[in-house]
Design a protein around this ligand. Structure first.
Ligand code: ATP
Ligand code: MG
Length: 426
């Protein structure tokens, strides 16, 4: 049983200092939101947010180094060394006319007012050493139950800000919690409102869900009806015959955005996947890497060093372990779900992984850059710059991929001379 009064949260030194400075100036100050939730759950808080009855101008006067992060919303960032802490004045959000942003914010006198505007009970707790935990909405009890529940009436809260619907699912995924029945019902009834939210914000919540320890929770986006408004392709793949396999593959996948998105869309045409990922405004690197995995997932690399080196050259050395892992995941997940025995291909992929590591450890040449001759050397033998010279270098590289011992300047130059002579004789 967690006793709210006796509960102690270990605060970082800088945070203690900020709270003390506020207290000495006769203001209230609490850490609030995610950091309180995570501390109680013995998870590592990502950042420590502070809430206070001091107005932004007053906060700025109390600390020597501050940044005006969001003065309109009452937020000042207080710099302690290199780390910034957001200090936000207690506030009440005004009407939400666009289903996402409050029209206005009013500063409040009482911390409870500030807690009331927060999305879920588990996120609506404040703490300081003097007062202990301020838990007005049953946050502790919901943490104990593993429950995501809106503060106040769910339909009202989701009506104010539609993004909260996705946040509910994201927190359920990250924390392993269940969404309370009434909160769930409100999401189902208001799902269409998610269209009011920007693609960037939608993407952030979807990505956090996919990167959580329970990425299979993306299924909740389909179950609530949100998916079809978030992204038609998301709904499509998770209502297809591949659903169970995709969910299992997500669980077994490396926790990077490119891999998890590639898994999600592994059964789509590459170009459709690219279009879907673009519409989510993901960064190009993630999109390209995900699409590369989708494109090459069925690439057959034979289990010998020459073919592995060739693949390293063609696909990029760094990509090979990612591809091997992806293929292992497909095989393993199929085995788990469909009872298709894939032991043999898993063993082969493990062997390939080992082979790849040996090639790396030996430092075999797998790129033009590592070839012991370059364009300049070939020009010294009388070749002209141009495509023929480029082709010659690639031919040399293939010789070296075939046999790394060939990567000696003398050997390669002799080979070029021989080739040039052959051509002259023709
Ligand atoms: P994370 O660990 O992902 O940072 P967090 O709980 O800190 O989780 P933030 O998005 O950083 O989430 O927001 C900090 C706090 O602000 C939340 O805990 C919650 O109290 C409040 N909050 C954030 N977004 C909303 C929202 N859309 N509606 C209501 N309250 C919100
Ligand atoms: Mg946070």
């Amino acid at each position: 049983m967690i006793n709210a009064k006796a509960l102690k949260i270990g605060l970082p030194e800088d945070v203690e200092k900020i709270l003390n400075t506020l207290k000495e100036a006769n203001f209230e100050g609490y850490v609030v939101g995610g950091c309180v939730r995570d501390s109680i759950m013995k998870r590592n808080p990502k950042d420590w947010d502070i809430t206070t009855n001091a107005k932004p101008e007053e906060v700025k006067e109390l600390f020597s180094r501050t940044v005006d992060t969001g003065l309109k919303h009452g937020t000042v960032t207080v710099m302690m060394g290199k780390v910034g802490y957001e200090v936000t004045t207690y506030r009440i959000d005004g009407d939400y006319k666009d289903g996402r942003h409050p029209e206005s914010v009013t500063f409040a006198e009482d911390v409870v007012e500030d807690l009331k505007r927060r999305d879920f009970t588990i996120n609506a707790m404040a703490y300081n050493t003097k007062d202990g935990l301020r838990d007005e909405f049953g946050g502790i009890s919901d943490i104990r139950k593993g429950m995501i529940r809106c503060v106040g009436t769910p339909t009202e809260r989701f009506g104010e800000d539609a993004l909260r619907m996705m946040r509910a699912i994201r927190f359920a995924a990250q924390l392993g919690f269940t969404i309370h029945r009434d909160t769930m019902a409100a999401i189902v009834s208001l799902a269409k409102n998610i269209e009011k939210v920007s693609k960037e914000r939608i993407q952030m919540e979807l990505t956090k869900t996919l990167l959580s320890d329970r990425p299979e929770s993306v299924d909740l986006f389909v179950q609530t009806g949100l998916a079809k408004y978030i992204l038609p392709e998301l709904d499509e793949v998770l209502t297809s015959a591949k659903r169970v396999l995709i969910l299992r593959m997500l669980k077994n996948a490396e926790a990077t955005a490119s891999v998890r998105y590639a898994v999600l869309f592994f059964d789509l045409e590459e170009e459709r996947a690219r279009k879907a990922l673009r519409s989510l405004k993901l960064d190009n690197e993630t999109i390209n890497q995900a699409c590369k995995l989708i494109r090459h997932q069925d690439e057959q690399i034979r289990l010998n060093e020459v073919d592995v080196r060739e693949a390293m050259y063609e696909l990029g050395s760094d990509f090979i372990p990612t591809l091997i892992n992806f293929k292992k995941n497909v095989a393993k997940s199929r085995q788990e779900i469909l009872y298709i025995p894939t032991g043999k291909s898993l063993i082969q992929l493990d062997m390939m992984d080992k082979m790849y590591r040996q090639i790396i450890a030996r430092g075999d040449c797998v790129t033009l850059k590592d070839l012991k001759v370059n364009g300049k050397d070939l020009m010294e033998l009388g070749m002209q710059p141009g495509s023929e010279l480029g082709e010659m270098l690639i031919l040399l590289l293939h010789t070296v991929l075939e046999n790394p011992l060939n990567n000696e300047k003398e050997t390669l130059l002799a080979l070029v001379e021989g080739k040039l002579k052959e051509e002259d004789d023709e």
